[in-house]
Design a protein around this ligand. Structure first.
Ligand code: ZN
Length: 435
């Protein structure tokens, strides 16, 4: 493997910094995580009170946890929240009792297929208490009484999310969203956060045509709450990506928006297509991450979901094996590069009209037809011929890249050069978000 460069290492170290925090859909874990992100980007932290209506949903009570354990008769912690926050059923109600093994077992969750792993379970919308344990822990319990304590609280408070808007030349927006509600899980949750944060850092330092809105929100209820509070700015969202599971070394997967052929869908498919690596583009499905809410029929936003390994399809998913070893600096950095290439397509996609529609302009006379010496036409010359041929005012540069099979960056660079020579006229920007 290539030597990791500084970016990948920084991305992994952000994942490591966030990893120990016990997050949930509400509570101090999310706040603490967002405060760490404020060290990287100008992030607003928004608090929405429990009980607030958000379309058909209500912002739930705030959950916080300090300690949890199962103690045996000798007073030893046989299950300990401080060893892993996955040991507690996320959103568990408080409990402080002595229970017999039979009752305890009704509240224990394990995964017999992976006897050393702690599964991750939640109970957000049904009051319950419980512990998640390895199969080995479960089997080591004796038929005796145990002391169980979950020092948690569920009460009026708020739902917390982070939002960062980077204004561009135009108000039209690109939305980048990731979830922040999982506890110590690296790929599912923290990888998306790290890639989004580093993409924001990168955009902060570059000129931008579009405005970029980054959301760090608890899954489902966070997206629904944000959409309910921001109905007015939704119309400005032209393109969007949900980032999740982007830190493992698996192949890239992209799930199309509900529209199916939006510019973002085509941009991601093109960027993945020109990489020399296996990947898969999947059709929209109203299940998965927050693209479900952004693509609900009332909004129908052009938002797709970028992943490496797909949630639910890798064994480590929702278990203690989704840890800091499962995500790598190289994979995180590669995901950032793919996102940057997609942003480059969105930023530079234009439509041109040729000033020479009747036969090809004489490129050689202008020094625009370079002999390659190899006998072939060369990619640069071919790119110019494609651009000129499709510069009929009806085809965008992304259309040219798709039809020619040439990289978008090559097409965009050469279109710039042809325009500089007066051979192309840029057409007014379409703001439909589709081409
Ligand atoms: Zn998950």
């Amino acid at each position: 493997m290539a030597v990791h460069n500084a970016t990948g290492v920084a991305m992994h170290s952000l994942v490591s910094e966030l990893f120990p925090i016990c997050r949930s859909i509400t509570g101090n874990g999310v706040r603490q995580s967002l405060k760490i992100l404020q060290g990287h980007l100008p992030l607003d932290i928004v608090e929405v009170p429990s009980g607030t209506q958000a379309f058909d949903w209500v912002v739930p009570r705030e959950w916080n946890i300090r300690d949890a354990y199962v103690k045996d008769s000798r007073g030893d912690r046989v299950v300990d929240f401080h060893a892993s926050n996955l040991h507690v059923l996320n959103y568990s109600t408080p409990v402080d009792r002595r229970v017999a093994l039979a009752e305890l077992r009704e509240h224990l969750f394990s995964d017999p297929a992976h006897p050393d792993w702690i599964p991750y379970r939640t109970s957000y919308y049904k009051d319950n208490w419980g512990f998640c344990v390895t199969q080995k822990q479960l089997e080591s319990l004796n038929d005796t009484d145990y002391e169980v304590l979950i020092d948690s609280s569920l009460g009026d408070g708020s739902l917390t999310y982070g939002e960062c808007l980077l204004p561009g030349e135009v108000e039209d927006e690109v939305l980048v969203s990731c979830h922040v509600c999982h506890p110590s899980l690296a790929n599912d949750n923290l990888s998306g956060i790290s890639v989004a944060a580093h993409l924001a850092k990168r955009l902060l330092e570059s000129p931008r045509r579009y405005s970029y809105r980054f959301l760090f929100i608890p899954g489902t209820i966070g997206a629904i709450t944000w959409l309910a509070r921001n109905r007015d700015c939704v119309a400005r969202i032209r393109h969007g990506l949900v980032l999740t599971c982007v830190g493992d070394p698996g192949n890239f997967h992209y799930k199309r928006s509900r529209r199916g052929n939006a510019e973002i869908d085509r941009a991601v498919a093109h960027v993945l297509g020109i990489r020399d690596a296996p990947h898969e583009v999947r059709e929209f499905l109203p299940y998965g991450y927050d693209e479900r809410q952004f693509c609900s029929p009332g909004f129908n936003l052009a938002v797709g979901c970028l992943m490496r390994s797909v949630w639910g399809e890798f064994p480590e998913y929702h278990s203690s094996a989704d840890n800091l070893n499962f995500v790598t600096p190289a994979a995180l950095e590669e995901s950032l590069e793919v996102c940057s290439a997609v942003v480059d397509v969105l930023e530079r996609n234009r439509t041109y009209l040729t000033t020479n529609p009747y036969c090809e302009p004489a490129l050689g006379r202008r020094g625009l037809y370079r002999t390659t010496g190899g006998g072939g036409i060369g990619q640069e010359n071919l790119a110019r011929l494609w651009i000129l041929n499709l510069a009929d005012g009806a085809h965008s540069l992304l259309d040219v890249a798709e039809r020619s099979g040439l990289p978008f960056a090559l097409i965009a660079d050469n279109a710039r050069e042809l325009a500089d020579h007066g051979l192309l006229i840029e057409q007014p920007c379409s703001t439909s978000g589709e081409s």
